[in-house]
Ligand binder design. Structure first.
Ligand code: V47
Ligand code: SF4
Length: 376
């Protein structure tokens, strides 16, 4: 039905021969090549991309749009690295640095006892003093306070450092963390995989190969994860497609990614502040190409804290089926990078209304996309 409707609409539009081939492939469920992905980035209109991306999104997830009830825990903003896009990192002794003790973090978590929050997202700077065993203690104690909470914690970059610090292999470290209560990995730290651009924007942090290997290892031992791409800084479309292709290849191998989250570079108060932020049209085109190219990742997430509420809502027409969570004003990464949302927090009623206003069906999910509440 939907396929027929899209075909009809496409007949009314003046398409190039490549656009005709690509749209036919998408309607038939065939995989796009790197060249076709690049073509979409370089040549296609927002309207064309939106039509196709929305088709794919509806084929995979129908009219459902997912969110969860979550909060973030950011143990520290002290970090050994100096990523040029980062507005968050501080040094020991800086007046706005924080470095919570385990007791302080547990106190923050205690606020969520007897609430319906289902996930804690833990990530922060790469602190020079802490290893896998320190973080194991933290997550074990969180599970004592919040026994049913899903712990989505530590980017591959943090995992890389904490394992090396404990003189463990990545597999040993991840197994230990899993044993202590780690349930999944967030997608951060991927930035952009292209070596040349990665060296320009974050030369010190774990390489693309290491990032991919850590996620590969996690998936193989039963820890699912997300993937991200930081876009809109020094990269070009070829770099973006290269990045998406590396994720698609790994997903073919492991099937361990739940969601892909494009992260728009925000330019406040960092070493790339001279780089203008990309337009909203570019954001929407990027969501749509991601949905079309990543045919094996089930969910495309618009992280509303990074994008703003109304733009996240708009992204629902360009292939996005997930808005992340309620957050409860618990993250500073994007407020420090200059986004308008100063105290990011959305009640589930606000989330439901925002999704319903787009004529879609809000679904509260858990962290691995089991459906908890459908708001018809
Ligand atoms: O890796 C840092 C990005 C990431 C800036 O997995 C910036 O569900 C834009 O990965 N402008 C961390 N981006 C956040 C992250 C994330 C967020 C929400 C959900 C999930 C998930 C993952 O934030 C970093 C980096 O790529 N970042 N600084 C900046 N100025
Ligand atoms: Fe450190 Fe992460 Fe900032 Fe890079 S992006 S400097 S790893 S806190």
């Amino acid at each position: 039905m939907l396929q027929k409707r899209i075909k009809k609409i496409l007949k009314t539009v003046d398409l190039s021969s490549t656009e005709k081939i690509i749209s036919e492939k998408i309607l038939q469920g065939e995989r796009l090549t790197i060249e076709e992905g690049l073509f979409l980035y370089q040549n296609s209109s927002l309207h064309f991309l939106g039509l196709l991306a929305n088709f794919v999104k509806q084929k995979i997830n129908g009219k459902k749009v997912f969110f969860n009830k979550n909060f973030h825990l950011e143990p520290t903003n002290i970090c050994i690295y100096n990523c040029k896009f980062c507005s968050y990192k501080r040094r020991f002794g800086d007046s706005d640095a924080w470095d919570y003790s385990i007791e302080q973090m547990l106190e923050l978590c205690s606020k969520y006892k007897n609430t319906d929050v289902t996930e804690v997202h833990i990530t922060g700077g790469v602190h020079p003093h802490y290893n896998v065993l320190n973080y194991c203690t933290l997550i074990k104690k969180i599970k004592q306070i919040l026994p049913n909470i899903h712990i989505k914690a530590f980017t591959a970059v943090e995992i890389d450092y904490m394992c090396k610090k404990a003189r463990m292999s990545t597999q040993e470290g991840l197994l230990k963390l899993k044993e202590c209560g780690l349930n999944s990995l967030p997608g951060g730290g991927a930035e952009i995989f292209n070596e040349e651009i990665r060296n320009l924007v974050c030369d010190e942090k774990s390489s693309a190969k290491l990032w991919l290997n850590i996620h590969r290892t996690a998936h193989k031992i039963g820890i699912p994860s997300n993937a991200t791409m930081l876009y809109g800084h020094l990269e070009n479309y070829e770099h973006r497609i290269e990045h998406l292709n590396m994720l698609r290849d790994l997903q073919d191998e492991t099937k361990g990614f739940n969601a892909f989250i494009p992260l728009k570079f925000r330019n406040f108060n960092n070493k790339l502040s001279h780089v203008p932020e990309v337009s909203t049209i570019e954001d929407m085109r990027n969501y749509a190409v991601s949905r079309l190219f990543l045919d094996n990742i089930p969910h495309i997430k618009a992280y509303w804290v990074m994008l703003g509420r109304s733009h996240a809502q708009m992204a629902l027409a360009y292939g996005v089926d997930d808005l992340d969570g309620t957050i409860d004003d618990s993250t500073k990464i994007y407020t420090m990078a200059g986004v308008a949302e100063r105290s990011p927090r959305m009640s589930s009623v606000e989330m439901v209304n925002l999704i319903k206003a787009a004529n879609l069906i809000p679904v509260e999910r858990d962290s691995i996309y089991n459906e908890l509440n459908i708001f018809k």
